[in-house]
Design a protein. Structure first.
Length: 379
């Protein structure tokens, strides 16, 4: 919960501060680039490391560095020295460390709970993410409105430090399971495994479209809140919280009935199509009255199908490839910042409503194309 609260507070505060300083949709796109490029460059190597070294030690190291970065951002803001260039640089640094953190975190789950409990554990393990998405942005948005962005950075830094304290108390056997060898060879081995397995490739493609086209709307929420809905930072927090509320409900349902799904593939593809449709409707919402329930539906559909994707990948991947395969999956849904760049460019060229509409249409179209696969439908 503390890690997620820090993560959400960081993203909300950086996005709002960049908008507040520049009032330029393109600069929100630059923020997306600063957050996404390190993930593209380093996430797969993070997966290789997760298969080679002690995962718990790697997790602690990345958390120390992330906390230090957030403390630096807080200090610059408190001293009134923060500029948009600082925000972009610190966002890039934080996500560099996150590129090594997330494959490690995901690879530890089966070692902690065992394969027979993975379906339930993955669903329950996503509850902090959904609750944090609901609580973190709304709380941060309200505090930013009252006291400014410095408070948001303080929340992110303190939460990250608390997570580090808790991680230091873990005692888990997280020794590497991959044989030694050249890191480049091991990276190619992981990519080749996914490329030659249609189900793995299709599921990861769903996650890719979700991040690049679907969740790119998150970067544009300041425009919807401030320009279209005239609700300011409080409305910004409410929009984020609406998505989180729907996602939390979806998580609880999946945790309760995941074992009863006869055809997980059909559930996954239907959920992806539903998310795309919800985004299209949200993009044309005249006010918060329609926008909030639509984002709740988007959050529900998003979590409902991505939890199933993650569960299948974790259950089917060989142990010695887990870090590399899960790093590729994590890379896909961490490409949200790069999707934000695309959304920012479209918003600057046309408007934010058009950018979100295009994103929703791409997610729905991809799901409908994959529905033609009988192998996926019967998964």
């Amino acid at each position: 919960m503390f890690y997620v609260l820090g993560h959400r507070a960081e993203y909300v505060t950086f996005a709002w501060m960049v908008w507040d300083v520049t009032h330029d949709a393109l600069h929100l796109g630059y923020l997306g680039l600063a957050q996404g490029l390190p993930l593209v460059l380093f996430q797969l190597w993070g997966g290789v490391l997760a298969d080679r070294v002690n995962r718990l030690r790697l997790l602690l190291a990345t958390q120390v560095l992330t906390t230090a970065t957030l403390l630096a951002a807080f200090a610059l803001s408190a001293l009134a020295l923060i500029r948009v260039e600082h925000l972009l640089a610190l966002a890039a640094l934080s996500n560099t460390f996150r590129a090594f953190d997330e494959p490690t975190r995901m690879s530890m789950v089966p070692q902690m709970v065992g394969r027979e409990r993975l379906a339930n554990a993955i669903a329950l393990g996503s509850i902090p993410w959904q609750a944090g998405r609901m609580i973190g942005p709304s709380l941060t948005g309200i505090l930013i409105a009252a006291f400014g962005g410095t408070v948001g950075l303080a929340i992110a830094a303190v939460s990250s430090a608390m997570a580090l304290v808790m991680y230091s108390q873990l005692h888990v056997d997280t020794r590497s399971v991959a044989p030694g060898g050249h890191m480049g060879t091991q990276l190619i081995e992981g990519l080749s495994f996914v490329r030659h397995d249609f189900v793995f490739a299709a599921l990861i493609c769903l996650a890719l479209f979700n991040a690049v086209f679907g969740l790119s709307y998150v970067t544009l929420l300041p425009i919807f809140a401030d320009v279209y809905f005239q609700a300011g930072s409080t409305g910004f927090g409410l929009l984020n919280a609406a998505h989180g509320t729907g996602a939390l409900v979806g998580t609880l349902i999946v945790a309760s009935i995941a074992a009863r799904f006869r055809h997980r593939g059909l559930v996954i593809l239907t959920g992806a199509a539903g998310m795309g449709l919800g985004l299209a409707i949200f993009s044309q919402s005249p006010g918060l009255g329609l926008a909030l329930p639509m984002l709740a539906c988007v959050g529900f559909s998003n979590t409902f199908y991505l939890t199933q994707v993650s569960t299948h990948l974790q259950q089917a991947v060989p142990d010695h490839l887990r870090g590399r395969v899960m790093s590729l999956y994590a890379l896909c849904w961490n490409l949200l910042p790069l999707g934000g760049l695309l959304g920012g460019v479209l918003a600057a060229a046309v408007d934010a409503r058009f950018a979100v509409l295009v994103g929703g249409a791409m997610v729905a179209a991809n799901a409908l194309v994959l529905l033609a696969s009988r192998r996926l439908r019967l998964l």
